[in-house]
Write a protein that binds this ligand. Structure first.
Ligand code: HEM
Length: 124
């Protein structure tokens, strides 16, 4: 359960960094490069942590949402690494951000279902 908490917090930090990076310049807010670079390392940590924290567990049903949440962070990571490798950003940044937000949403759903499944199991 602790790992899922960490994963959720990292996803919110990641979203905040991404939103400030994208919308900040229009209101004069520029992220220091060092701080922005954590978006890359956090991206790798998030993708690996999601695969581990949402692994199949006997007391938690393996629903499609859980499986999607487990692997979805790999999609914005792949696109983000593509940007670093020279892929033109443009509209793909919007796709990247939507994939990131979808990862936040599905991880939230999977975490809530795990919490419910574990509390039902502990009442038996
Ligand atoms: C699991 C979630 C995410 C992962 C793994 C991820 C990963 C990455 C990576 C590796 C890059 C390339 C870094 C660079 O260009 O220096 C990147 C760029 C970016 N990401 Fe994310 N990201 C995620 C979520 C988000 C979210 C939720 C947002 C905003 C809502 C966002 C906004 C951005 C922006 C604006 C860029 C810069 C694109 C550019 O170079 O102009 N990311 N991301």
């Amino acid at each position: 359960m602790k790992l899922l908490w960490i994963l959720r917090i990292l996803l919110y930090v990641q979203t905040l960094l991404g939103l400030v990076r994208y919308f900040g310049p229009s209101v004069g807010l520029l992220l220091p490069p060092r701080l922005w670079e954590t978006h890359i390392s956090l991206g790798v940590i998030i993708a690996l942590l999601a695969i581990y924290a949402l692994r199949p567990r006997p007391e938690v049903p393996t629903t499609p949402i859980r499986t999607v949440a487990r692997f979805l962070p790999l999609a914005p990571l792949a696109l983000g690494l593509g940007f670093l490798a020279g892929l033109p950003t443009g509209p793909l940044v919007i796709v990247h951000m939507l994939l990131g937000l979808a990862a936040v949403g599905t991880v939230e759903m999977a975490a809530a279902r795990q919490r419910r499944a574990l509390s039902t199991a502990s009442q038996k």
